[in-house]
Design a protein around this ligand. Structure first.
Ligand SMILES: Cc1cc2nc3c(=O)[nH]c(=O)nc-3n(C[C@H](O)[C@H](O)[C@H](O)COP(=O)(O)OP(=O)(O)OC[C@H]3O[C@@H](n4cnc5c(N)ncnc54)[C@H](O)[C@@H]3O)c2cc1C
Length: 284
């Protein structure tokens, strides 16, 4: 099918994009990489009256380190992360994660911030953002606000973003040089959305776990950190038995979704397996 008719806007500045969003509100959609929006428009599952194409806004196309954060502009493509964007563990984590997002042609168009805006439960970037307590910068003609990932993801494909707000930037904390990480996901075919995934980030001090972040995606309507699993390893020596204990804690803590792809108990089992495998990669 073809999309329903729409008015096309091609702003060259953030201000012009915000003006178009302010004017057309709920009847407007931002067009970033188009890798999620265009298919749903083609199937007429979305029929926005106005498309605000941000691809011509050069000031949104960047990935840069500022202070202790990595800042990712709204037009930065998934493919920008194939080579580490910074020399520390964060750059390597993002380069690992990006390999699991769709296929190369999609990664050359789709954007990091578009993934956060779309907020698919299985999105690798959304799970990474939740695990790292990312900050999402939202801007409208009403002003600019910075929302923590834990407050940003609200439900299945639902976020704290209002219709007139643009995700202008995502901010991730740089990770200390001695940080270890693991990323694991399961999907039926390479490039498919994950049925379950885990991002684990661990720092050891004196042989025990001093900091732990364990985030899970694909199981529940939106990704989140699992405090029960993090508490299970904090202050202890991470070995294979402890990885199994934390994985069990995570499996018990989630309330998995049911849909045509998988039943809840299957997703729970995937959480168990993904958390265990991701944590095993963090063993010092
Ligand atoms: C075959 C296929 C397989 C895929 N597999 C995966 C996968 O495994 N993992 C995965 O995470 N994704 C997957 N995707 C989706 C892909 O990663 C998209 O690129 C991503 O979901 C959205 O990014 P985009 O830039 O393409 O956004 P678009 O498609 O342009 O927009 C998506 C939504 O977000 C809104 N939006 C976009 N940018 C902004 C912004 N800056 N501010 C406000 N709103 C905005 C749009 O209005 C729209 O509602 C797949 C897509 C396809 C076609």
């Amino acid at each position: 099918m073809k999309p329903a008719p729409f008015h096309y806007h091609a702003p060259r500045t953030i201000a012009d994009a915000l003006a178009a969003l302010a004017r057309h509100g709920g009847d407007a959609k931002v067009l970033a990489g188009g890798q999620s929006l265009v298919p749903v428009m083609a199937f007429r599952l979305a029929r926005p009256g106005h498309l605000v194409d941000i691809n011509g806004i050069g000031e949104l196309d960047y990935v840069r380190v500022e202070g202790d954060q990595l800042r990712i502009g709204a037009c930065a493509r998934h493919a920008a992360f194939h080579a580490p964007v910074e020399p520390g563990p964060l750059g390597r984590l993002l380069a690992t994660v990006v390999e699991s997002i769709a296929h190369l042609p999609i990664r050359t168009r789709g954007t990091f911030c578009g993934s956060l805006a779309h907020a698919d439960a299985s999105s690798e970037w959304c799970a990474t953002a939740a695990t790292l307590d990312a900050e999402i910068v939202l801007e409208s003609e009403r002003g600019r606000r910075v929302v923590k990932a834990a407050d940003y993801f609200k439900g299945f494909l639902m976020t704290d973003r209002a219709d007139d707000e643009l995700v202008v930037e995502a901010r991730l904390p740089l990770l200390a040089a001695d940080t270890r990480f693991g990323f694991e996901e399961f999907s039926r075919r390479a490039g498919d959305y994950a049925l379950g995934l885990c991002v684990a980030v661990v720092r050891h001090a004196g042989g025990t776990v001093a900091e732990a972040r364990i985030g899970v995606g694909g199981a529940e309507p939106f990704p989140r950190r699992i405090p029960e699993a993090e508490a299970a390893i904090l202050g202890k020596t991470l070995d294979k038995d402890l990885c199994r204990t934390a994985a069990e804690a995570a499996a018990g803590a989630v309330d998995p979704m049911s849909d045509t792809q998988a039943e809840p108990e299957y997703r729970r089992d995937l959480v168990r397996a993904m958390v265990r495998r991701a944590l095993e990669r963090c063993i010092a």
